[in-house]
Design a protein around this ligand. Sequence first.
Ligand SMILES: [Zn+2]
Ligand SMILES: [Zn+2]
Length: 456
Amino acid sequence: MFLKKPKAIKSKSKDIGRAIYLIFRKNRNNFTTRPGRVKNFPIPPFQLPNRLCYDACFDDNPNISLMKHAIEKNSEYHQIMTAWRHDIHAHPETAFEEFATAEKITSILRALPNLDVHTGIAGTGVVAVLTGKHGDNGKMIGLRADIDALDITEENALDYCSSIAGKMHACGHDGHTTMLLGAAKYLSENPDFSGRVAFIFQPAEENRGGGEVMVKEGLFERFPCDSVYGMHNWPGLPAGEFAVHEREVMASTDSFDIAIQGKGAHAAMPNLGIDPIVIAAQITNALQTIVSRNVAPTDTAVVSLTKMNAGSAYNIIPDTAHLAGTVRTFAEPVRQLLHQRIRENVNAICAAHDASARVDFHDAYPATINYPEQARYCAKVLAELVGDDKLHLNEAPSMGAEDFSYMLMEKPGAYIWLGNGEDSYSLHHPKYNFNDDILAVGASYWVALTYRCLAP
Ligand SMILES: [Zn+2]
Ligand SMILES: [Zn+2]
């Protein structure tokens, strides 16, 4: 699902940012990278410098402790987390079959003080609830990590490589699980907050929508969170730096199949048949006009055809042809428009050739859209935690998808990115590996967010 992100201009002051932007506009054709700290991170055209207005979220409060890293790099906490991560990495399990992973999570949580652990939510999901030492004031936040792996054969040479053939933690969910476990350990031992925090360990993020299943099984009725937060590691972003989006983070993703019914014939007598290959070619071209001619230039959308199958011999015009692909966007009206125009193009082209077609859409995840208020809050917490210079605001969103969207459709919240390093392999690559160095700062973010949101 990963697309390497262009780097937005970020500046300490809007004026400086504006000046850089004007220089960039003037030299757009040859200005592909900005000088300085982040190399090879192209500036997207036309994107204005942007800062979230997060300063007004809350006042600096000297009474709230541990706004700096609760868990220091290379500390004992970090070492424990690294061992957990390697163990989870070595034993990857995919959608709704994360039995050993859930067992591992449960046994770690049950060994911690004062955690109320619930299992079997969406099958292999686990939720643990912790009440702060200042008592339950009715407030509750949810912190979510995904726990599943992918059907990929690992190509790393690590001493904790996947021990399960064809399966691998290639999206870093081993790291996400570990960071949330680390936060649960730290907060259960240092519960300096009011209200309750729910640690949500979600199965089946990849392709199977475990987030939706948890919501449908009553996640937020059983654990009535006021807001919910997610985090994903991000290759290409410097290790330990964060990116926060005020609104769109990840796209919606739907796939589709087009089955074209023509009429087979001898290749030497095409007039006796209806050639589905010619029709498929015309459809392929026509669908590429939807984004360029139907979608407003100010909206974002992708239509990609990714499969094309027809025929079996040099001298036979086949009966049928099959196309398939994916559509991605951020806004529901655009999503509906893409569906509608694909159907209209296919039907019109088939009608022109006296052929017929069946178009099937397979709706997948809706777009992941942050709530501005919660996003600003997270940004402010991160500014305190790692400093302004390690905080990237309103980067271009990703056209990848994420089922945390289902939780954000129920509750306000924000989903942020944590840099996995500029030299990291991309997500879902057989040589990808979660960066152990960022475990401490990721867990510290969960701790800091909890202390801020649930300040006594
Ligand atoms: Zn993934
Ligand atoms: Zn992922």
